[in-house]
Design a protein around this ligand. Structure first.
Ligand code: UDP
Ligand code: MG
Length: 317
């Protein structure tokens, strides 16, 4: 391990003007306590329309360790993180949210775990303060993901964590568009370790990940990491056909041997048609999910577009 290791902290920022001053204070305070590292913060502005950029540039002026990658518009949480990861050449990189839900004091624990040999260090929540529908959604997602994915991620982990140089380079090589970073991070392998912490509530402002986005994110998680939904379709098709053939054989048998055949009522028929029609549409939708993702890959559009970078090398500002 080099004497003075370089540590970059990648933070996606979308309209976090209320949180930025406190975030900077806590980051500086927490990082000052870690010995033997030169740290730097890479804020990735994901198309904020509030005062986040002026505030960050002010921080950059006052302390050049706070740098900025300014994206040309809003590309989403995962793309913003990916942009940050492509701009770092540090020995270790922390990824964390900018709303203080991921407490900066945990950085010291992550670094300690890295120094003990961890290459991918996940921060796992001991507790979570979200309640109600969101909470239920998170729990349900982790159950589904654990079931479908070949690369399970521990439940209660998000993007918060540390990656060493080798892990970052591998992650950068995974060029897929619909990114689900916790899954990709599990996929790359290496020495994966866990550090526990208590997740706080968002310090200020509304959640920027709306329910719709979270659902999309969850779907990326499932569809990018599993063919199981497709297989499930095949299996249910086989089961339904089996039931159909059985019923048909019973009817034929009864007809052939002169038994009375019960008339199926109109209600039964309509119900069956609607259920089967619905099931077929769901199946088509599932195929569509994969097809749409294939389309995204084929187009080969970049994951993000950078307007300008500040403080990250000679060719930037
Ligand atoms: N974020 C982003 N782009 C977006 C939405 C969110 O960069 O389109 C950032 C946001 O500023 C925050 C982090 O991603 O730093 C997590 O967002 P949020 O707290 O809304 O998500 P949640 O905690 O609900 O998962
Ligand atoms: Mg949050």
């Amino acid at each position: 391990m080099p004497e003075h290791a370089r540590l970059d902290i990648v933070i996606p920022i979308y309209q976090e003007q209320e949180n930025l001053p406190e975030l900077r204070r806590q980051l500086a305070e927490s990082c000052a306590q870690i010995e033997g590292v030169d740290w730097r913060v890479i804020y990735v502005n994901d198309g904020s329309k509030d005062n986040s950029v002026p505030i960050i540039l002010q921080q950059h002026q006052e302390d050049p360790r706070f740098t900025l990658v300014d994206l040309s518009r809003n590309f989403g949480h995962q793309a913003a993180i990916s942009a940050g990861l492509r701009h770092t050449d540090a020995d270790a990189v922390i990824i964390m949210d900018g709303d203080l839900q991921d407490p900066p004091e945990v950085i010291a624990d992550l670094v300690a775990c890295w120094r003990e040999g961890g290459q991918v260090v996940r921060a796992q929540r001991r507790t979570r303060q979200e309640r109600g529908l969101r909470r239920l959604g998170f729990d349900a997602f982790h159950k589904v993901f654990a079931w479908v994915s070949d690369f399970p991620i521990p439940s209660n982990t998000g993007v918060f964590g540390l990656l060493d140089r080798q892990a970052v380079e591998q992650l950068n090589l995974l060029d897929e568009r619909n990114r689900f970073i916790p899954g990709l991070r599990a996929w790359i392998g290496f020495d994966q370790r866990t550090v526990y912490y208590d997740r706080l509530d968002r310090a200020a402002g509304d959640p920027k990940q709306t329910l719709r986005r979270l659902i999309r994110y969850a779907m990326d998680g499932v569809f990018s990491f599993s063919y199981k939904p497709l297989r499930l379709m095949t299996y249910s098709g086989v089961c339904i056909s089996a039931v159909g053939f059985t019923i048909a054989s019973v009817f034929i048998f009864k007809r052939l041997f002169g038994f009375e055949v019960a008339q199926i009522g109109f209600t039964t028929l309509v119900t069956l048609i609607l259920i089967m029609g619905g099931a077929q549409l769901v199946a088509l939708g599932l195929i569509g999910e994969y097809l749409g993702r294939i389309y995204d890959e084929v187009k080969q559009r970049p994951l993000f577009v950078v307007r300008r970078a500040y403080g990250l090398g000679k060719d930037t500002h």
